[in-house]
Design a protein around this ligand. Structure first.
Ligand SMILES: [Zn+2]
Length: 293
């Protein structure tokens, strides 16, 4: 769904409500409070806020198709939400809130609020346990390395990792990725992450030679690629997860480096969601189906 299609198909609040009701109530309307399957639609009025309102006679509540979803109670018109979603899922990397604000005539705080809300939905999308050949790795995202004054980027000394945010990830080759911001990259943290996200039946797990991955070998067949010697040894490589890291970093450095690292978990969730839905016929539909179906 591109922006033009969104504007054409969903020009007003009613058309958006109709679309979402078709998804959420495809087996008939129900009350999100009590589950009653016999609510009454409130007759259309000119008041915008009454659009798509339903009454439940069982629990005496009033609701609309957004009730009990992350968009519940929003005062932002739905055509705006639909458009922001289209811009986000169609952007190869990621769009800054400033860019979205300029494109859609929103204030930057509103654009950021909407992006973060949609990212939170993306974060709740479960990739399931990864199977097949799984690559696991960690990386650091954050402080932008400048050409001048390189020393200032690493005020704590060391290898320049201290002021960056660690992100751990695992990807099923040809399948989905799971990635999240971590407090550290200690062996225990990494192993816990891998255990929670990789199926016990995975064929084997590929990592680099870091000692943080030594615990993997007791749980899965473990293939190690020693990056000081080579990057690919037949099926033993971490190129898939490296590809995801490179997407993530280009997106971050391209448009988000001004943000605090506090926003990074949701930013990582957006990158992972896009990766996991890269082959969907229409990721825009996938998002709404995931949220409302
Ligand atoms: Zn009810």
């Amino acid at each position: 769904m591109n922006l033009h299609e969104v504007f054409t198909r969903f020009p007003d609040q009613q058309s958006c409500i109709d679309h979402l009701e078709a998804i959420r109530f495809k087996n008939g309307p129900y009350c999100p409070q009590c589950g009653c399957a016999d609510p009454d639609k409130v007759r259309r009025s000119n008041l915008k806020s009454r659009v798509g309102r339903w009454n439940c006679h069982d629990c005496k509540s009033s609701f609309n198709v957004l009730s009990k979803t992350p968009l519940s109670g929003t005062h932002i018109p739905l055509p705006r939400w639909f458009a922001v979603l289209a811009l986000m899922v169609n952007a190869k990397k990621s769009l800054s809130s400033h860019q979205i604000a300029r494109d859609l005539g929103l204030t930057q705080p509103t654009a950021l609020f909407m992006q973060e809300r949609l990212r939170a939905v993306m974060a709740s999308d479960q990739a399931g346990l990864l199977g097949g050949i799984v690559e696991a790795d960690e990386t650091y995202v954050g402080a932008k390395r400048r050409k001048k004054n390189k020393r200032d980027d690493f005020p704590h000394g060391g290898q320049g990792k201290s002021d960056k945010t660690p992100v751990v990830g695992a990807v099923s080759r040809g399948g989905k990725v799971v990635a999240k911001v971590a407090n550290d990259t200690k062996a225990k943290t990494i192993l816990n992450f891998i255990r929670s996200n990789v199926s016990p039946a995975a064929r084997f797990v590929v990592t680099d030679e870091s000692s943080a991955y030594h615990g993997v070998r007791g749980l899965w067949p473990h293939s190690v690629i020693n990056h000081s010697r080579q990057y690919v040894n037949g099926p033993v490589h971490t190129n898939t997860i490296e590809g995801f890291w490179s997407l993530l970093k280009r997106a971050w450095y391209g448009s988000h480096h001004k943000y605090t690292v506090g926003r990074m978990p949701l930013f990582v969730a957006e990158a992972a969601w896009k990766y996991n839905h890269r082959e969907d016929a229409c990721p825009w539909d996938s998002f709404l189906n995931g949220l409302f179906a």
